[in-house]
Design a protein. Sequence first.
Lengths: 414, 169
Amino acid sequence: MTTLTPLDTTAIRAQFPILAREVHGRPLVYLDNAATTQKPQSVIDALSHYYSTTNANIHRGLHTLAEEATAAYEGVRKQVAAFIGAASHREVVFTRNTTESLNLLAYTLGDRLRPGDEIVLSAAEHHSNLVPWQLVAQRTGAALRFIELNDDQQIDVDTARAVINANTRIVSIVHMSNVLGSVAPVAEIAEMARSVGAAMIVDAAQSAPHIPVNVDDLGVDYLAFSAHKMLGPTGVGVLWGRQALLADLDPFLGGGEMISVVTREESSWAALPHKFEAGTPNIADVIAFGAALEFLNDVGMDAIAAHDAELTHYAVEQLSRLEGLDIYGPSDPAERSAVVAFNYRDIHSHDIATILDRAGIAVRAGHHCAQPLMRTLGVPATARASFYLYNERSEVDALVDGLLEAGERFGFDR
Amino acid sequence: MASNRESQNPVDLDDLYRDVILEHYRRPRNRGQRDDATVSAEGFNPSCGDEIQLSVAIVDNVVSGMGFGGSGCSISQSSASMMTEAMSGRSLESAREMSKHVQQMLTDDSFDLDAVDLGDLEALSGVARFPVRIKCGLLAWKVLDQALANATGEAVDDDSDIPTRVTSG
């Protein structure tokens, strides 16, 4: 393995204007990247450039602006296809977010299920990859099955093998947990799904920003992720699916853009991917997402993955030194990245978040849209620090200092 | 404008974490459910997961005692703990009145603390200056409103996003 050059975080940070601001008189330490990431100037500029120079509705217009806007929008589709190693840009559907991508599958693929069919999820799902399938189960009579976590709080291959059976029609699991930071053995589970003829769906909302994701290597059928968690704007999600499979699905939303011929009684559908993009899409934000992908490619996903893993490792090491601090997720730092969920003393995570905020440090506190996982972990809530390519060790140190301050306020010695 | 207000009058963590609050968080009063409860209710904040269960003993239209359970942050739990102490011995009417005042204090930074005597509960007045924590402070009081409304047969007037329900009574 080649050694990657560490990221020049000073140069990277200089490209994110928000990182220069102060919060409550202290420099912003932004450690809530699993919720959403900050945006580089190039993404902000792309948005403003589009509205200043190119704004038009796409695909239908015959004038120059429409042509330019269409080319820019479709160009990003090709960028996305290349970013995840898709066979064709026709396999890339733009949605609003990961949640909508997963709902699209739930309402099309999911609604084919019948009583007796089974949907396999994991114990670590975000509500976005749980609630849509609960609704499918209610509509169709299909049953939900769960892959449990092993003793090291990782998705267990053995329980996966036990719950994936001849009745399984859909396996939909999270690639990288937004709480545990662990990476699921997706390729192995995809192989199990394939062997029983089930569709394999991956929620890549956390993985696509942090590690190289290649749909061919993973051997999956569908992949969902969001632009805003990877330097892009809010309001853009991606659904990737194998062409033959997407072609076989009925449309999700009906309207303009997704049709071929419409009569009073019926319609035929546009070719992929337009069949799934009814109405005017989020053109400007998709185009700005292209600038985000360019930024990530310039830095390099391998280098980003190495940086995030190293910083996470450092955070686990430093936080572990604090008395009364519990960290959730795999014990081996090599098995996790980007996310560290923890509880400190008996200080509730909301109090921790409030106290850290006064020190300029942004973390998340609560159930992280994963209430069943919180129950599995046996805690009502956790605090969570999550990292990205612009974060530095000094920010982890600031977090540790902030926690010590919280401890003092609640009457604990340093 | 929160930022304007702050620049004129900086909000300090000491405004939120008063000694009384931390003391109640560490050593909650009336923790646990009462055997003699005449009405029980519960509520939770879906956005953060804090939860409160309340059991209230009412004799001759007077709150004779109150116990609470649940989990959550220092603000939600100390608010509940202080409430159980402040309510004991109050008529239903007086309890409802006090609940109304405390909720006003929790939500309105300009609430006049001299206008009513809220005792130790005044320690919660800083919560109004931390908008994201207001719901934490309100939770116990919304559950109380639900319990009292059940006891008096009146409707709950609540436009908050905090779901509460009567569990027995």
